[in-house]
Design a protein around this ligand. Structure first.
Ligand code: PRT
Ligand code: ZN
Length: 286
């Protein structure tokens, strides 16, 4: 048996594109012919298994796959013995309870005694129990949002992203019970060879994410403004400062975080920075 790392990803659905995209950004190449269930990488000791998302935690727990990418909602609902290795930050959504828009809602106590349709009975019952509530949970596998209008349930507990599905079905979101994003899960008993490959994969994923969250910045400033500017720009170690051909001026290079981007730019301009250039980083090796 070879010791390729078997990576399970969703065959087709909301997670597929970003999962494949992340793997490609990690420099791992696959020949992904349509309809294939399995594909071996040409340049990394890994193979991809294309599966339904609901089956991924079970396959990883059973060792059919070594790692997998799933929504945390599915991970928690399936409750399989797998390790959450890394949060991937895409496919963010929430699992929420919604009721008919015309109904009044005063607070969580209003859920007591309702019938609630959901594909997430474990997450819902855990939430109700935590709040000392009892409700009648109807487990259904799809089109949960139509349950109230066909008289199947008083409320629904379903995944929400923009909220437009709830709205177009005459429902309003009243409680968020779980927040989810895509996660990388792993079999807890990987042998050393596969653990080693997983560590390499994680290193690449972290570098890709760090690059996405950071930008490379270049600017010019008069030398007397440099202390103030280097104070604003921490950089990976500290900013690079190089003299310009024009005397009395320097160029400053650094890395800034996407989250504080505009604040930093405002502060730099106030401190005297000119000709600011901001460029994306392809990979950031931490
Ligand atoms: O066929 P397979 O079983 O593999 O896929 P699936 O149909 O079960 O799952 P899929 O592809 O719909 O979703 C995969 C994962 O994406 C989910 O487990 C979540 O972790 C995540 N995700 C992110 C979402 C959404 N956003 C989302 N909006 N999953 C589902 N939805 C659905 C939701 O069920 C509802 O019908 O989109 C609708 C709500 O969207 P808004 O934007 O109208 O609020
Ligand atoms: Zn599914």
């Amino acid at each position: 048996m070879n010791s390729n790392l078997r990576i399970a990803i969703q065959k087709s659905g909301r997670l597929s594109e970003d999962s494949l995209g992340l793997i490609k950004e990690c420099g791992i190449q696959f020949y992904s012919g349509s309809g294939k269930l399995k594909s071996e990488s040409s340049n990394f000791p890994a193979e991809l298994l294309f599966l339904r998302d609901d089956d991924i935690p079970g396959y990883v727990a059973d060792g059919v796959a070594d790692v997998g990418i799933v929504g945390e909602n599915v991970l928690v609902e399936k409750n399989k013995p797998v390790t959450l290795s890394y949060r991937l930050g895409f496919s963010k959504c929430r699992l929420s309870v919604a009721i008919e828009r015309s109904k009044e809602y005063h607070g969580i106590g209003d859920l007591q005694g309702l019938s609630i349709a959901t594909s997430y009975p474990r997450l819902l019952s855990g939430y109700l129990e935590k709040h000392g509530l009892r409700a009648d949970i109807h487990e259904i596998s799809g089109s949960v949002e139509i349950a109230p209008s066909i008289g199947l349930a008083d409320a629904v507990c379903d995944i929400v992203s923009s909220g437009s599905t709830l709205m177009s079905n005459g429902l309003k979101e009243v409680e968020v019970i779980f927040r989810s994003e895509a996660v990388l899960i792993a079999n807890p008993g990987l042998d050393d060879a596969r653990q080693n490959i997983l560590d390499k994969l994680l290193f690449r994923i972290k570098s890709v994410q760090a690059a996405r969250n950071n930008k490379y910045i270049l600017l010019n400033a008069p030398n007397d403004a440099i202390p103030a500017i280097t104070g604003i720009l921490p950089g990976m170690k500290s900013p690079t400062v190089v003299p310009l051909a024009e005397s009395g001026w320097s160029s400053v290079h650094s890395v800034i975080n996407e989250n504080d981007f505009w604040n930093i730019i405002d502060n730099l301009r106030e401190a005297g920075a000119q000709g600011i250039l901001v460029v994306p980083i392809e990979k950031m090796i931490l």
